[in-house]
Design a protein around this ligand. Sequence first.
Ligand code: ARG
Length: 456
Amino acid sequence: MAKLWAGRTDGSVDRAAEDFNASIRFDSRLYREDIRGSMAHTAMLGETGILSSAESDELIAGLEALLADLESGALTIDPECEDIHTFVEQTLTERIGDLGKKLHTARSRNDQVAQDLRLYLRSEIDLLTEKTTALIAAVTDKAEQYQSAILPGYTHLQRAQPIVFGHHLLAYAWMLLRDRSRLADCRKRLNLSPIGSCALAGTTYPIDRVFEAKQLGFDGICQNSLDGVSDRDFCLELAADLSILMTHLSRFAEEVILWSSWEFRFVTLSDSFTTGSSIMPQKKNSDMAELVRGKTGRVYGDLMSLLTMMKGIPLAYNKDMQEDKESIFDACDTVKACLDIFAGMIRGMTANEDAMLNAAKTGFLNATDLADYLTKKGMPFRSAYKISGQLVARCVAEGRTLETLTLEEYKPYSELFDEDLYDAIDLRVCVEKRCSEGGTSVSSVKKQIAEIRNEL
Ligand code: ARG
C-alpha cells in the first residue's frame, strides 16, 4: 500500500515493520469521527478562503458519500491501510481525484487523531452515562421492593447491626451516582478541540479553530498546540473513572456471589443470569457477577497501561501514543458490557427475606441497642457497653439470645433494666430507631429513593 508520507523515504517498509506500525486493526472504529472531523475541517478551509468554496463543497460531498457507503456496507475499510486517517484520505482521493489531496491542508494526523479520539470518547461517555443511569434505576427499584427487609449489616464480615436490604442496595446506588458525575466531569475537560495544533506548533494558514470546533460540538479549543497533540489525560481520566466504577461493581458482585451461596442464601439470581456445571447437576453459579469481578482487573490493567505508556515521553507526539486506543477502547467496551449485565442481573434478583431475617436473629446484632438502652437511662456509654458485652458472653456460653434472658437474669447486671428493654432490642425497633439522616430506617430509605430518582 502506497504511503501517505512517501517522499523523504521511498515508503518501502519491511513487511513486519509495516504490520507493527499499522493501527487500522483497532482504529477503524474511529471512521465516523474521522470523516465528520474532516468535513468540519473542510468547511473551515472553505469558510476562511484557504480553499475555494467550490473545492470545499466538493470535498464535503465526497466525504459524505464515503461515510454513507461505509455505513451501508457498500464500502469496506481496507485492512492494508496504515490507519483510518490514511484510509479516508486515500479512498477520497481515489474517488474524487486530485482535489482529495487538499484535504490535509493545515492539519496533521497528530491533531487529527487527538480530535478523533476525543470525539469518539465523548460518545462513549454518553453511552456509559446512560448505562450507569439504567443500573442505578434497577438498583433503586430493587431497594424499593426490599425497603423493609431486615438482614444483618456487617463489619469485618462479622454480624454487626440490623439494617434493611433497601439501605444496603442504595449504598451502591449512591456510589454509582458519583461514578456518573465523575464521567460528566471528565466529559467537560475532554470536550475541547485540539485541531489546528497541527503537527505540534500550529500553522501558517489563517485557520479558524473556533469555527471548526463549534461544528463538532466542542465547548472550546485547546490553547496550546503542544499540549493539544501531546496529552492523553482525557484517556487517563476516563480510565481512572472507569476503574473506580469497576471497583464499585466488583464489590457489589462479590456480595451478590456471597449472598447467593448456600452459606448465606440471602438472594436468588434468575436462571437467565446464572450457569450450571458440566459435571455437578445441582450447581447454579453466579458467573455473571464473577466475570464482572474478574473484568475489574482488566480495566485496572488498561489504566496502568495508559499511565505507563504516557509517563516518559517527551513533547510532542510520539508513536507510543498510538497504544492509547486499544487500552481505552477495551476499558469502555468492558465497562459497558458489565453495566448492562449487572442491570439485568439485579432486575432478576429476588431476596429470600426469611433467610435474611433469620440470619439477623443470631449474632447479637442488637447488643449496641442494649447498651444504648442503659445509656439513655443515664449510664455512661462505656459502662453500658461493658454490661452489654458481659450479657453477650453469657448468652454465647449458654447458647441463648439477648431476647430470651429473663428480667430477673438482667437485673443483677443493672437496676436500670426493666420490661421495656425487650422492646428496645427488637430488631425492627433497632432498625426504625436509626432514623438519623442517612440511617437505615425505612423512612430514611424512602427519602433516599426519592432523592436518587430526582437525580436520575
Ligand atoms: N495512527 C496514529 C496514532 O494512532 C496516527 C497519528 C500518526 N502520526 C504520526 N506522526 N505518525 O497515533
